[in-house]
Design a protein around this ligand. Sequence first.
Ligand code: ADP
Ligand code: MN
Ligand code: MN
Ligand code: MN
Length: 404
Amino acid sequence: MSFKVLIKICETGIFQRVSGQKPGWISVARCFSTTMSRTVLKDSPNAALDKSLLQRYIDLPQPDNKVQAKYIWIDGTGEGLRCKSRTLDFIPKDPKELPMWTYDGSSTYQAEGGNSDIFLSPVAIYNDPFRRGNNKLVLCDTYTSDKTPTKSNRRYKANEAMEAIKDVEPWFGIEQEYTFLDFDGRPLGWPKNGFPGPQGPYYCGVGADKVIGREIVEAHYRACLYAGINIAGTNAEVMPSQWEFQVGPCVGISGGDDLWVARFLLHRIAEEYGVIVTLDPKPVEGAWNGAGAHTNFSTKAMRGENGIAEIEKAIDKLSKKHLRHIQAYDPRGGKDNERRLTGHCETSSIHDFSAGVANRNVSIRIPRGVAEDKKGYLEDRRPSSNCDPYAVCEALVRTCVLNE
Ligand code: ADP
Ligand code: MN
Ligand code: MN
Ligand code: MN
């Protein structure tokens, strides 16, 4: 008896079908195929450097009266982070004590060469997990030469909104999904000429054939805690090499501040490993989950007795402002989210507003526990992974609290 074995390689994996036997394709690739070539970080210059040498210099005694401050800011893309360091002769306790500084905005897509100085205004201080001791990370927002906020300074207006509604005590919890990439732009550890087995075993997975890059996730988690970021947790995501961390619950503007600095730490730590972190909302086309920044939001009334009524009121207001939110939820006014909010892969369609209890294919989800307790918070699942959290939190507050 003769039979034919057919092999098909497609985006979701490798499948085999044997003629004359039960019809249908069955998956034959292991989670990560070992039969296909997979050279990891071959072209990554940072991965090639000897990481143990730096410790010699970090261990050198630092003069008591000298503090290293790394100023961090968002560049003209609204997504990219920049930083530079300076020496201080005091230990800063409050951002107001820190000097303003300037940088060359013509090199960050923020100014013309002829009038290039952009001002850095310190807004939050964190402990520096790389330099330790009294050394600090300083988050800044940015202003043009006439002291108006730059276009990518979304914090300025968000902070105005947060100040205006302080009495409702807004809390934000943001779930940052992201993907590790190798130097060829493909997810880290994926076969170079194919795909891993289909999604299913990877989410919250454990084991060498289930997750990739956990050491970076662990390093980042501890570094965030050391820095003073209100990090809530981490988990492996649905697509291999995709992960998540959460900040929150954070009060008001600090949600955006903590998320931006946590992003900085993630890029910075992955840099040491020679790994790229992408916040692209759909790093691999097809049946692979995209990445979001689900934003969990509550007010004092929502958290109080029978707060569910308040949550439902907010959802009703959100249903009437879908477009405003889509425009605010990625750096390209909705263009990025078009690739992600397809209605598949645990998303809702970008074109429709929907809400539901424990449903992951909707715009707004009421977590099961919140429905049972009749109080708590709502989860807005629409923000893209590369969103500006200041713009997202501001939109939520303007729609749900300020009734704008
Ligand atoms: P999911 O089940 O959607 O994966 P996660 O556990 O990843 O949820 O994230 C939940 C987020 O909600 C966390 O960042 C947490 O800090 C935040 N959160 C919890 N309670 C509240 C609240 N009352 N208001 C706002 N955010 C909250
Ligand atoms: Mn989550
Ligand atoms: Mn997630
Ligand atoms: Mn979520």
